[in-house]
Design a protein around this ligand. Sequence first.
Ligand code: PEP
Ligand code: MG
Length: 590
Amino acid sequence: MSDSRKQVVLMKGIGVSSGIVIGKAYLMERGAIEPAQFCYMDSSEAERETERFTNAVKESRDQLLRIKRKMEHDGKGKEHIRIIEAHLLILKDNMLINDTIKVIKDERVNAEWALKSVLKGVKVYFDKIDDEYLKERSMDIEHIVNRVLLNLMGRKHESISEIKSPSIVIAHDLAPTDTAQMTKGMVLGFLTDVGGRTSHTAIMARSLEIPAVVGLETVTRKAEAGDTVIVDGTTGTVIISPSDSVIDVYRKRRERYESYGRALFHYKDLPSETTDGRRVRLMGNMEIVEEIDSLVEHGADGIGLYRTEFLYLNRKDLPTEEEHIKAYKKVIKKMAPHPVTIRTLDIGGDKVLSHMDGPKETNPAMGLRAIRFCLKNTGIFKVQLRAMLAASAYGKIRILFPMISGIEEIRQAKGLLEEAKAELKAEGRHFDEAVEIGVMIEIPSAAIIADLIVKEVNFISIGTNDLLQYSLAIDRVNEHVAYLYEPFHPAVLRIIKMVSEAANKAGVSVGVCGEMAGEPEYALILLGLGVDNLSMNAFSILKVKRLIRSISYAEAKKICKAITGLATAKEVEGYINQKLPGLYKEEFWS
Ligand code: PEP
Ligand code: MG
């Protein structure tokens, strides 16, 4: 299997989804394509460029026709086919084609550069138009231009769902919309140049149990299509063109990892309880309905976080009330009698709606995200609230509002929920009148007023991914600041302590549903700080349960007390390591 004549490349990135895979590289083009500029000296070279350009346009047209035929053959809906037809029309557009040829000839530049500069002009024109539909057409033009550019540059343009043989996907960046299309059989693992541990792409990889390493910076330049690649998603190690003996070592590691996973199933039906009897509810995080079986299989005691934004991604329109209800009902039924915590739309940041190309925000993570978006777009919000209420007739649900920064947002959201209740009542529909509502504590302002917030809600859930992002000022998708992502940072520990104390004092349930909850060393501290439930991906549930069953609540509290005065994350880690040696080491590594 090794590529014996190639040079071995060892890379270290951020391991975001555990597991080891060995497979062939599949390079994908993602992100903006920035071609170089070449100037041509004579008209015959410009002629050749024009020909190259028209060939690339023809090639793009042929590709689109092939995709269209395949869609028709696969019985895809009319609306999908219409998108391809619209793209075919753009390829006939005289302005785009003739203007590009004119730039090649007048400015004597290469076709890629000419096409890109024509696109820039088109975009400036579209940006001035205040019409959602037309703005969307501008995105279509960009997609088409990218396709032609890739053809000009001799590179591939494929969607993840088109991958035909099991591969390791390598891309500069992958959007959550890409990850949502991944199927476990075809995508063995993935590697990206950019990204951080709590980006939604990484979260999706964990929930699909696809080993992944992000933040590799230059993997798209180092790997070539077809190279043999080892991905170790636990340690963040990537080896391109490994020798046979290295492949052998990793095969053995993979076996150990898999048997470790199997051994954990011993804990599946045992209670999640400390040695001195404190119960900690372990629930599952989910993004797409398909994940529910794996969560049930791993013994999830309910859903602590259902990220519903994936119902809105990868499509050109908005989900209807019926579509929402259908998805929720499936989850509720499979999880019964355990509760399902459904979070209202948390769009923005690194998750963007394809059909809603709103105003460009310089700082999307701090922009019109989540509850802010919903309170501005109450029509969209109400559809979801009505669906959640309607779904509550089928089993226990809890409604969770994300990105709350203050009390007013909670009251407004509750007001809209009341309106939705009144509507359903007037329509004679059944729902759970006493449906529980909760908020996510993700913004420092909300954490600081947790004592006031707990008076407004039935439960709170700490979203540590964003809480760390906002309190440590680290962009969660930026690999350059990923080293600052320190859940043991004394400030983070103090904030969590403050929030859980406020909740405990008010007798309100407090959970953690950020990625911290799924790591045993952090779960230990969350337990000691008084959190009563944790929500995580399927694979982590059994690891965390094993930890909880191995320690007493009294001891966890003692450790938390001892680390309170420590000054750095390293000191905290050192202390815990010394107290509980082995906590950081999973058996399969020894
Ligand atoms: C969080 O921020 O911790 C969280 C669970 O929400 P998300 O990761 O979806 O932003
Ligand atoms: Mg969040």
